[in-house]
Design a protein around this ligand. Structure first.
Ligand code: AMP
Length: 286
């Protein structure tokens, strides 16, 4: 295994990538906050398969943490991250300092409307504005590319797609399926916060999504019936504090009055001790 290239400055990375593009090569980008697991690795695999050069960014973005979340406690392990990137065939890791991402001179403000303030955005109002600041800056630094995001963070994927469309950013956004543990729990860096008892209980989120999806597939058209059943499954299996369960249109994130043939996305967010976990699943009537 060779030593992977690590870049810390925006200017060097940009000129390197401009040369690649001038030579006709396609650039893939996988934005992450590090502490890489199998979910991140699947994005790297997709980027490597679809492009000539893959950049993984590792940046723990202070702006997307809410004041009550402890940025300092966010898990970090750069040595392992570099190994994961190398093993999965990435070419370059971009690890900018906060000042490199957010210069003192400031950044243009990028706004994405209502999508950023419902569900995750309602519970954490500064979260998506923070995500959008980092991702837009990253897109400016990297330039034309394909960028890979996980469906695990389904609302984030929608917010990024909206931003790219609204600001005509020359980036192709690719959504990738959620990678799960053997019991269905979506892999997440935040799972590191779970106690072993909480870890066992947390698989109920996936079970609730499956139960909800099953009745949608079976013909249930009332979103309230679906969310009530999902909440019941979760309440019965955990002392974790349910934040929301929802049935939404996958593009607008509005709850339809009836579920129709085009299908819906089921969303769930739950606090298990120190860890706030989210998950989602698509459901289309048979
Ligand atoms: P994070 O490091 O948590 O900011 O995540 C970086 C990227 O990895 C985001 O696009 C996430 O949606 C994606 N991701 C995180 N967990 C998973 C997972 N279990 N399966 C697929 N993608 C994931």
């Amino acid at each position: 295994m060779g030593t992977i290239e690590v870049e810390t400055t925006a200017a060097n990375l940009r000129s390197r990538l401009d040369k690649e593009r001038a030579a006709g090569r396609l650039v893939g980008l996988v934005p992450t906050m590090g502490y890489l697991h199998g979910g991140h690795a699947s994005l790297i695999d997709a980027a490597v398969a679809g492009n000539d050069l893959t950049v993984v960014s590792v940046f723990v973005n202070p702006l997307q943490f809410t004041p009550d979340e402890d940025l300092a406690d966010y898990p970090r392990d750069m040595e392992t991250d570099l190994k994961v990137c190398t093993r999965h065939g990435a070419d370059l890791v971009f690890t900018p300092a906060v000042r490199e991402m957010y210069p003192e001179s400031g950044l243009p403000v990028v706004e994405v409307g209502d999508l950023a303030f419902c569900f995750e955005g309602a519970s954490r109002p500064t979260h998506f504005p923070g995500v959008v600041s980092a991702v837009s800056r990253l897109f400016q630094i990297i330039g034309t590319c394909r960028a890979y995001f996980g469906e695990k963070d389904f609302q984030q994927l929608a917010v990024v797609r909206q931003m790219v469309a609204d600001y005509s950013i020359p980036v192709g956004v690719v959504g990738c399926p959620t990678v799960r543990a053997h019991d269905g729990l979506a892999l997440s860096s935040r799972n590191a916060y779970l106690t072993s008892a909480e870890r066992e209980e947390a698989s109920v989120l996936h079970r609730a999504l499956q139960v909800g999806a099953e009745i949608v597939v079976g013909g249930e058209t009332d979103p309230e019936v679906v969310t009530a059943l999902m909440a019941e499954v979760i309440d019965a299996a955990t002392t974790g504090e349910l934040d929301y369960v929802a049935v939404v249109d996958p593009d607008t994130f509005e709850t339809p009055s009836r579920i129709t043939g085009t299908g819906v996305r089921l969303l769930v967010a739950c606090q298990f001790g120190q860890a706030r976990l989210i998950d989602n699943m698509g459901a289309v009537p048979a």
